[in-house]
Design a protein around this ligand. Sequence first.
Ligand code: ASP
Ligand code: MG
Length: 457
Amino acid sequence: MIVMKFGGTSVQDAKAIDRVAQIVQGRLADRPVVVVSAMAKVTDSLLAMGKAAGSGDRKTALKMARTLRERHYETAGELLGTALFTEFHGDLGADFEDLDELLRGIGAVGEITPRTYDYVASFGEVLSSKIVSAAFVARGLPGAHVDSRQCLLTDSSYTRAVPQFDETNERLRKKVKPLVDSGKVPVMGGFIGANRAGITTTIGRGGSDFSAAIFGAGLNAERIEIWTDVDGMMTTDPRLCADTRRIKVISFDEAAELAYFGAKVLHPATVLPAVQQNIPVYVLNSMNPTCEGTKITARAPRCSNIFKAIALKKKITLVEVASPRRLLVHGYLKSIFEAFDQHGVAVDVVSTSEVSVSVTAETNEAIPALAADLAKIADVKYEGRKAIVCLVGENLRETPGIAAKVFGILENVKIRMISQGASEINLTFVIEEDDASEVVRRLHHAFFAEADPEVFA
Ligand code: ASP
Ligand code: MG
């Protein structure tokens, strides 16, 4: 048994869904369970509808719902042909009636709660999974739609609900496994679940990968395939370097590190349920299905290169908090980080000396107010237009002299902060944003000109 997850762009229209059907057809012998995201951009527009209705603008909300309805009808019509579509139309129509009803209700109250947001957002995956399942059947594939809300049990922390694994696994074994055993291809929406009372929840934006991992772990899948629109993980952003390579195999830890740095390919949380069970995760390209993609495994294979990849995060602000007398005072660091927390500013890299704390955060409009607050307890400076460069590789653990090598290559570059991550598999530093592209190119050239053919394509 395998789990195949298709993201929003992989199911964005009839043509894309048709490709999905072909890909799944080619994997029938592996007994797939299919997990889908909402069609591209649908979750965003559902949330926008909820917001419009919540601010009392029912008309705009219902107008957006109509556009959404037309897009889904059109896609289903194209995929199913007239006869089948007529049959299926009522089912979709009922969902859209529910959505309209819901938006009217929200509009009447003029308020939207997290619980209601989740219900609104859930329509994306409910609809896409029904359409994909029907499209399978129309193509002679034994698709069987399963409402994920009957399998994925969560707590009630709406918008980022926490899966309850034991019961979810039991439900998967009861509801999904028999379908697979009888030769069916279950098709399930990612992202959505329900609490014990049966009220719809979602497990956080981008959560379909997580759903796929939960289902894969619960069903003890041989592997999980995350189908997306890129060839896999790359040694660095191909827009920065002409000679980037595909990473054929990477460890879970390395992949998680990269995901954090915005390698958008994979949601880091995906990693957890699968890693615990040693289930390999593949990142594959639905536009280029013969490409072998990237395999993510619990342990990294031997690699003659020190690094697996270089990640770059731009639009960083560096905040420097200095106080010659107070750093060692009890509670001082706590009050600094509390200020970040209160202003909702997420911290990236931190380094401290005896007199100062340097912190980076994604540049955002909360920083001036944060700095003003911090200025009450210390001297504060902040500077935008910085970038974080992060080199990732398990070999960092054992190889001495790596920092010297890296910074030797960057001799004339102004380095603002250095941190060797607690995970011991990343070397991270902060530079001027204007230097970023050149720095990445130089490092890539130095560390990947010769690439281990077992690990890099
Ligand atoms: N559709 C959801 C979102 O856009 C979940 C996902 O695509 O993974 O956040
Ligand atoms: Mg999505």
